[in-house]
Design a binder for this molecule. Structure first.
Ligand SMILES: Cc1cc2nc3c(=O)[nH]c(=O)nc-3n(C[C@H](O)[C@H](O)[C@H](O)COP(=O)(O)OP(=O)(O)OC[C@H]3O[C@@H](n4cnc5c(N)ncnc54)[C@H](O)[C@@H]3O)c2cc1C
Length: 282
């Protein structure tokens, strides 16, 4: 049970949701957008999330869109992960989200919720960062479509009350060669020790990470090192990991040293999968 009372509102358009948010704010309330509700309920029970009003966004048509149109895949932010996974229009995204939580939770957890929530793994963002995905954001001054990479700094940097409505990926990214792996210390379900996603575009490998640090990231410098084919794979990986953001996570899943060990082996698997050669693990 959630140990505090809150009001429930349901918006039918993004504009209505944003206006409701602003007016609740002006009344001194603390509203939150309610997508799958899994985090609000789970963290609300522990009083780690507090709200006085939730604005349900699941009835907003554009937030439920899932279609390929004009050479782009449009994904509504309120789509449950299982719907995206089953449609399998973007295989790298489908594979990555199939490892998030368990099937029952994925029926509720939404794409936008995974990106915008408080739990920092945000594994669904990894394929979107390396596929140059755009985001559509509704706010009090209107609507904007911008590259996800331009507003992603550890998390999507939204202004107070802004609503993520859609994610749009150009269709030429959807069928590129890819690799995605989630490594856990134990069990088949749970948060990652590390998750790595990669794809190859125009002969260059792009890669993004979750679990390595306290936020997901993509790094051009890491990609430059991994793509420097003048060097052997081990040297490329050694150089690449010099550019990891710091600090490396240290938690029940693993120490920084263990994470780095697993990461190096995983990067070798990435190179092997996307360069089509066999590289030995040291
Ligand atoms: C049991 C469980 C297991 C999990 N396992 C994993 C895992 O393995 N990997 C992983 O990466 N994550 C995992 N998570 C984290 C999960 O993806 C996030 O908690 C996510 O926020 C839940 O999505 P939701 O749609 O239920 O969000 P909600 O609970 O509806 O909302 C969470 C927050 O996001 C905001 N928000 C939601 N949608 C939008 C939007 N469109 N625009 C702006 N703000 C928005 C809300 O206002 C709220 O503050 C897990 C969570 C749970 C509860």
């Amino acid at each position: 049970m959630i140990p505090y009372d809150f009001a429930y509102f349901k918006a039918s358009t993004a504009e209505e949701a944003v206006e409701l948010y602003q007016s609740l704010r002006e009344q001194g309330k603390q509203p939150v957008y309610y997508a799958g509700g899994t985090e609000i309920i789970t963290l609300g029970r522990m009083k780690e999330v507090y709200t006085e009003a939730v604005i349900d966004i699941k009835g907003i048509t554009e937030c439920q869109t899932l279609q390929l149109e004009q050479n782009q895949l449009v994904m509504g932010a309120a789509l449950p992960l299982t719907k995206l996974q089953e449609a399998n229009l973007f295989p790298l995204l489908s594979q990555t989200i199939s490892e998030i939580a368990d099937h029952t939770a994925r029926n509720k957890i939404t794409l936008g919720g995974n990106l915008c929530g408080n739990i920092y793994y945000r594994e669904a963002v990894l394929p979107l960062l390396i596929a140059d995905t755009d985001v559509v954001i509704a706010g009090k001054s209107g609507r904007r479509r911008i590259p996800l990479n331009s507003i992603f700094d550890e998390r999507p940097c939204l202004e107070d009350g802004e609503l993520l409505t859609q994610l749009i990926t150009q269709s030429d990214y959807l069928g590129l060669p890819y690799y995605s792996v989630k490594k856990r210390r134990q069990w088949d379900v749970g948060y990652p020790l590390i998750t790595v996603t990669a794809l190859k575009k125009e002969g260059k490998i792009r890669v993004s990470f979750s679990g390595v640090c306290l936020f997901p990231f993509r790094s051009e410098r890491i990609e430059e090192c991994l793509n420097d084919t003048r060097l052997n794979p081990d040297d490329r990986i050694e150089r690449a990991i010099q550019h990891l953001p710091k600090p490396i996570s240290n938690d029940v899943e693993g120490s920084p040293e263990y994470r780095l060990f697993v990461l190096k082996n995983t990067l070798l698997d990435v190179l092997q999968a996307l360069e089509g050669e066999t590289y030995a693990h040291n």
